[in-house]
Ligand binder design. Sequence first.
Ligand code: NAD
Ligand code: UDP
Ligand code: UDP
Length: 343
Amino acid sequence: LSGSSSVVQSSNRGSSGIFQRNLGRRRLRIVVTGGAGFVGSHLVDKLITRGDEVIVIDNFFTGRKDNLVHLFGNPRFELIRHDVVEPILLEVDQIYHLACPASPVHYKYNPVKTIKTNVMGTLNMLGLAKRVGARFLLTSTSEVYGDPLEHPQKETYWGNVNPIGERSCYDEGKRTAETLTMDYHRGAGVEVRIARIFNTYGPRMCLDDGRVVSNFVAQAIRKQPMTVYGDGKQTRSFQYVSDLVEGLVALMEGEHVGPFNLGNPGEFTMLELAEVVKAVIDPSATIEFRPNTADDPHKRKPDIARAKELLNWEPKISLKDGLPLMVSDFRNRILNEDEGKGL
Ligand code: NAD
Ligand code: UDP
Ligand code: UDP
C-alpha cells in the first residue's frame, strides 16, 4: 500500500504531530463544522471527553441544538451559529470539516446550496487551516465512487459518477472538496486528512431524513410498513456511528493523508436490512415496495484494508448489535413528537 499513488504520506508540518501521539499532550482547540449534526455531535462528545476544547460551527440546516444540549455550560465547549459558506476567523489546532447535508432528501432540497457548502465551505475552512497552521480533516463520502463498477471499492478506484444528475450536487461537490483539500496540501503545505465515509447509522440521526435505516426503524416503531425502494436487492454496508468516530480520530491523529474508506464491510440488501429491523423491533413489521430514486447506486461495500493497515482501525459493531442501540433514542423521540401533537 505504501507504494500506492493515492495514499499520500503526511508532511508532518504544523502544530499537532508530537502532542497528539502523547497522552500527556497539551489541550487542543478543535473546530468541528457540522457539529450539531448526527456524526458531528458524537465526535464532539468524544473530543470533549478526552479533554480538548471544541468549537462547533453549524447553521442548523439539518443539525439540532438538542444533539449538544448536554454540553451547554461546559467551559471547554462553544457553539457558533454560522454558515461555512461565509469566511470566519478563529485560532485553532485542528479542523474536522463535516458541515454538509448528508441524506439525499436534505442535499437535494437546495442543490445549489449543497454545492456552495461543499465548495465555498471547504475553501473557507482550508483557508482558515492555512492561515493558522491547523490540521484539516474532510469527511468525504463513498458517493465519490458513484454507481461503482469496482466491487468492493478501494480508495484507488476513481468512480463512476454522473456529473449532471440529481445526486451530483453532493457527489461531485464532495469530489471537488477532495480536490481542494489535496491542492491546499500540495500547494500551501496544509496538513490534511480525507475520510470517505460509508453509510452510517446510530442515535441522533434525523428521524425523517429519508435514509433507509432511519426510515425502517421509525416505520417499524410507528407500526407503519417499511418502504423498500425498487426491488430491494441493491446493497449497502452499514456502520455504527461510534466505529466511525474512532476512525475519524485515528485518521486525524495518524500520519497519513488518505483518502481512507471508513465503513463496515458487512454488506446487506435492503430486504435483508428490513429483516434485521423486523427481528430487532417488531416481528410483525411488514414491507411495502416503492419506486426507486434516480441514480441509485446498485451496490456499495468498502474495502477497508488500507485503514486496517495504516490506521490500525476496523469497525467493531455489527448491524445486529448496533441497531438496538439506536432504537431507544428513536422510540423516545417519536414518543415526544406524538405527545407534542397531543396524541
Ligand atoms: P447531518 O446532516 O446530521 O450533519 C450535517 C451538519 O452540517 C448539520 O448539523 C447541518 O446543520 C450542518 N450544515 C450543513 N450545511 C452547513 C453550512 N453551510 N454551514 C454550517 N453548517 C452546515 O449529517 P451527518 O450524517 O452527521 O454527516 C456529517 C458529514 O459526514 C457530512 O459531511 C456527510 O457528507 C458525511 N457523511 C455522512 C455519511 C452518513 O452515513 N451519515 C456518509 C458519508 C459521508
Ligand atoms: N478564510 C477564512 N478564514 C481564515 C482564512 C481564510 O474563512 O482564517 C477564507 C477566505 O476568506 C477565503 C478562503 O478562506 O475565502 C480561502 O483563503 P485563502 O487565503 O486560501 O485564499 P484567498 O483569500 O487568497 O483567496
Ligand atoms: N431505501 C429504501 N427505503 C427507504 C429509503 C431508502 O429502500 O425508505 C434505499 C435506497 O433506494 C438506497 C438505499 O436504501 O438504495 C440506501 O439509501 P440511503 O438514502 O439510506 O443512502 P444512500 O443512497 O446515500 O446510500
